[in-house]
Design a protein around this ligand. Structure first.
Ligand SMILES: Cc1ncc(COP(=O)(O)O)c(C=O)c1O
Length: 394
């Protein structure tokens, strides 16, 4: 008998992790799977950061850390916010967590009461919806389309707001669409929010540096939004540090204090060695990771070119992150190689089984017409993967 709580029974398994597990299974059977499903840079963590970690071990950083992070790291984060985002925060406004994912979970649990609605422009990062639900919040999906570059417009935001709306969560650059909100687009959303002073914003900026156009803008830079925006960031993507598990927020201090309190009862402070290494990472100029961004840009060009040769893939031009999010709905209702494709999940499974390429269904991101293809893979792998997809579909 299932004795588990409703909470866990109702929780979806992360679709990206589920796809990675399935790909691993097939690999264990000897199949040569190309993994384009995970949101993980395929670079090594830069040496100067690894050296800082080794030094921290040798200096015996081994004790519990302050719940909200070492002061030196929080200072480095404050300087980073000032340098890169023109944002001024003080020490009590910063909380370091075990990944931005934990930062988001903290925010949901300190901000949401049962029935509070959280507006999620679709497509959204896979975990937003379930993190909100875990805190008894109600995700309210706002469908966007490729015609608006998968961005929510001010009118759409206005229409989605109800008396129960508590927050809006979005990422820019966006996982999975790669879209980047411009200052003007954010201003239009902020103008709507002026009429609704009790709505808070989570601005997830974890892909900030992986921006091919430049011009990253933070919602909190608007003076009238500063007091109700929580800026989420981390080192996983820009510094190729996914496994080090460090994320952080800059927030109004009452929210940061609440996150600190929550974290103190759940996990305590983040890993000591990783925190020391992240001080070094954040103190470095963003130019120190430009070689990775340049390579992602090359791969984006490559994958967009290759995908344009496959009939039925409609793709926007992502301005950041390392994903493409093609609309593949023209395949729905078709039978290929004896397999009927009714939706994006069928399509993604078809690609895994017939092309041996792992992608993720758009359903997981709130868009059932698309699939997400990560190009955090070598150019050779990308070429081979798209060749296989083309062959499987022809
Ligand atoms: C938009 C977005 N936010 C947050 C995260 C979580 O990052 P972290 O590794 O810091 O937990 C991810 C990771 O995929 C992401 O894509």
């Amino acid at each position: 008998m299932n004795q588990l709580s409703d909470r866990i029974n109702n929780l979806a398994t992360s679709a990206t992790l589920a796809m990675a597990a399935k790909a691993r299974e097939l690999r264990a059977e000897g199949k040569d799977i190309i993994g384009l499903s995970l949101g993980e840079p395929d670079f090594n963590t830069p040496d100067f950061i690894k050296d800082a970690a080794i030094e921290a071990i040798n200096q015996n950083y081994n004790s519990y850390t302050p719940v909200d992070g070492y002061v030196e790291l929080k200072e480095a984060i404050i300087n980073k916010f000032k340098r890169d985002n023109n944002l001024s925060y003080t020490l009590p406004q910063i909380v370091v967590s075990t990944g931005a994912k934990q930062s988001l979970a903290n925010i949901a649990s300190v901000m949401l009461n049962a029935g509070d609605e959280v507006i999620l422009p679709c497509p959204y990062w896979v975990s937003y919806s379930d993190i909100v639900k875990l805190s008894d919040g109600i995700p309210v999906e706002v469908q966007t389309s490729i015609d608006t570059d998968f961005k929510m417009t001010a009118d759409q935001l206005e229409a989605a707001i109800t008396p129960k709306t508590k927050m809006i969560w979005y990422s820019s650059p966006c996982n999975p669409s790669g879209s980047v909100y411009s200052k003007e687009e954010l201003r239009a959303l902020a103008d709507v929010l002026q009429k609704h002073p009790n709505i808070y914003v989570v601005s997830d900026e974890i892909y900030e540096h992986i921006n091919f156009k430049g011009g990253h803008f933070s919602m909190a830079e608007f003076e009238d939004m500063y007091d109700r925006t929580i800026t989420v960031n981390g080192v996983s993507k820009a510094f190729a540090m996914t496994g080090w598990r460090i994320g952080y927020i800059g927030a109004p201090d009452w929210i940061a204090r609440a996150c600190n309190k929550m974290q103190g009862q759940i996990t305590s402070g983040a890993n000591c060695i990783a925190q020391r290494a992240v001080i070094t990472a954040l103190e470095a100029e963003p130019s120190s990771i430009k070689y990775m961004v340049d390579e992602f840009k090359e791969r984006r060009k490559l994958i967009l070119n290759l995908l344009s040769e496959i009939e039925g893939f409609k793709t926007n031009e992502p301005e950041g992150a390392f994903y493409v999010f093609p609309n593949v709905s023209s395949y729905f209702g078709k039978t290929i190689k004896g397999k009927t494709i009714n939706n994006a999940s069928d399509f993604s499974l078809f690609l895994l089984e017939e092309a041996l390429v792992a992608t993720v269904t758009g359903e997981a991101f709130g868009n059932p017409d698309c699939i997400r293809i990560s190009y955090a893979a070598s150019q050779e792998e990308i070429k081979e993967a798209i060749k296989r997809i083309k062959t499987a579909l022809s």
